[in-house]
Ligand binder design. Sequence first.
Ligand code: FAQ
Length: 311
Amino acid sequence: EMSPEERQFQERINDEIKIEPKNWMPDAYRKTLIRQISQHAHSEIVGMLPEGNWLTRAPTLKRKLQLMAKIQDEAGHGLYLYSAMETLGADRDEEIDKLHDGRAKYSSIFNYPTLNWADMGTIGWLVDGAAIVNQVPLQRTSYGPYARAMVRVCKEESFHQRQGYQILLTMMQEGTDDQKAMVQDSINRFWWPSLMMFGPSDENSPNSAQSMAWKIKRHSNDELRQRFLDQTVPQLELLGCTAPDPDLKYNQETGHYEFGEIDWQEFFDVVKGNGPCNRERVEARRSAIDNGAWVREAAVAYAAKRQRKAA
Ligand code: FAQ
């Protein structure tokens, strides 16, 4: 039996009217959103680390500026999302603590190392490409502040995707044999992890049914994964590269690409904290917070001093 508030809430959702911070909402809806938005924010922030690794080794000044701008955008997305999360009554410091002690998740993709310069291209192309496919429908998610945050985020992700693809195109069209080999090596390493970004298959996705009913999620994990693959394979072919998937093929009848079995054991290992870089990533975030403590303390002390003076 639904309570009157609950019925009204679900009617709003059915009518495509956004839920706003001051509206009544079920506890579980609030909790699910805090979980998803905080994980999304953590991903943006941790996602700066693999690319930050190459800032000092970008091949030209132009590439360095582009990469720096992109990484700063990710920081902005993270802060934007933490603010959206706070409208639900969540505490930012508490949620960040959960990231630091392993209670909160962030996207599996950022637990892989960035080993060569082509990885900067591949991350923009595949990782931001996957992020766009996931986030475009989130512009229509039922919670207003999250939906509106996605509008700007998606615009910036489009720039990221293109700058990444352009790095790879340049290497493939104008590069040496070694540079072309670097691109293929990078694609070989990031291909499967990018497909894993969409989460477990629909039959193993415990949150999907409720999140779809609440219109937090507008499409299933497998649907979005397929959409990403269909738009990415022609771009792969234009590069003149191949996917590390012998089963990848176009199905004339369905109009979709078919792909091989994802290594779900690898996915769950990475999500549980045992990927190649999980410890390093969390440690980098933890030490950033620790090293910045004096700045925050100084700002608070200064504000208190000014307040005393004014009084
Ligand atoms: N990694 O029941 P479901 C970016 C967890 S883009 C780690 O299907 P749900 C931009 C999931 O949390 C990346 N964990 O879950 C950028 C759940 O665990 P829980 C961030 C994953 O929530 C680009 C459990 O598995 N984007 O950062 C992953 O309904 C370049 C069961 O799964 C977003 O977060 C995974 N890949 O669907 C930045 C988008 N997949 O919490 C820098 C918003 C699943 O119950 C550089 N999020 N899990 O303990 C979403 O759309 C959803 O949360 C999904 C997962 C689709 C990710």
